[in-house]
Design a protein around this ligand. Structure first.
Ligand code: NDP
Length: 268
């Protein structure tokens, strides 16, 4: 196994209080990085912080309440990271959730909300942390990694707004990669399929048949959704791809993406 020591490096994970973001924060702490996480719900954030501190005795960890759609919150988060750690080497834009709706049942307001969420959850943190990332890049490696979905390349009609926004965000990450390349800040993304996480746990609670186990419910969905590997992904599996793209392990990769969909992608 490749070992990498991130001691002295600082990683920021938006939406680090649950699912993929939490697993990514855990992995980065394990590699010795100082990590800052954020989320909107103070209780969920405090519980994630407690779990991470229990798992990593000497964790250099900052948990900050922040809604990535609120510019003041995001600026305050960047300020708190600067005060606490003095630098940012890696920014993982992960915060968000999907929207299940067809064209027929998506209102103008829902379209605006979805586009706001998908774009501004990347734009605002990127703008706020860019000065620190540029500074880190002038001395070594610095990277932004965005959690995107395979829907960007393979839209689903029952998630029309999310699919459309995801395609736009894939284009955005490419543009950012080109614009920031002269400053040596790399920008990449992961395209995920279905990953077990908080949002799927919540769907299970409302949609499963009485008495149906989580394993049975996800197994049946994996079959009906024709996932070639036959199961949902685990947050750790998405986190490992994020880790690769965030760290110098991928120092010559920018403007690219990794597919973490269990083989769902149909294109060559
Ligand atoms: P979870 O619900 O487990 O985690 C989402 C995290 O994001 C939580 O920490 C949540 O905390 C935080 N969050 C959500 N909205 C905001 C916001 N506006 N500001 C700050 N934090 C926010 O879900 P996942 O781990 O699955 O989601 C991670 C990312 O992966 C999301 O962007 C999601 O859209 C994407 N994705 C996930 C897929 C999957 O199958 N799991 C598929 C495709 C994409 P809080 O609610 O307290 O703010």
């Amino acid at each position: 196994m490749i070992q990498i020591d991130l001691t002295g490096q600082v990683a920021v994970v938006t939406g680090g209080s649950s699912g993929i973001g939490y697993a990514t924060a855990d992995l980065l702490l394990r590699a010795g990085a100082s990590v800052a996480i954020c989320g909107r719900d103070a209780a969920r954030l405090a519980s994630a912080e407690a779990k991470l501190r229990a798992a990593h005795a000497d964790a250099q960890l900052l948990a900050h309440r922040c809604d990535v759609l609120d510019a003041n919150d995001v600026n305050a988060f960047a300020h708190a990271v600067a005060e606490r750690f003095g630098r940012t080497d890696m920014l993982i834009n992960n915060a968000g959730q999907g929207r299940v709706s067809t064209f027929a049942d998506t209102t103008d307001e829902a379209w605006r909300e979805e586009l706001d969420l998908k774009y501004l959850s990347i734009i605002r943190p990127t703008r706020a942390f860019l000065p620190m990332l540029r500074d880190a890049a002038s001395k070594g490696d610095a990277a932004i990694v965005c959690v995107n979905s395979l829907l960007a390349l393979q839209p689903e009609p029952h998630m029309v707004a999310t699919s459309s926004a995801r395609a736009g965000v894939l284009s955005l990450t490419k543009s950012l990669a080109v614009e920031f390349a002269p400053q040596r800040v790399r920008v990449n993304s992961i395209l995920i399929g279905i990953v077990e996480s908080g949002q799927w746990r919540r769907r299970y609670e409302t949609q499963a048949q009485p008495g149906q186990s989580w394993e049975d419910w996800t197994g049946e969905l994996a079959r009906t959704k024709h996932i070639p590997l036959g199961r949902f992904g685990r947050p750790e599996e998405a986190a490992q791809a994020l880790f690769y793209l965030a760290t110098p392990l991928s120092s010559y990769t920018t403007g690219s993406h990794i597919d973490v969909s269990g083989g769902v992608a149909r294109h060559v």
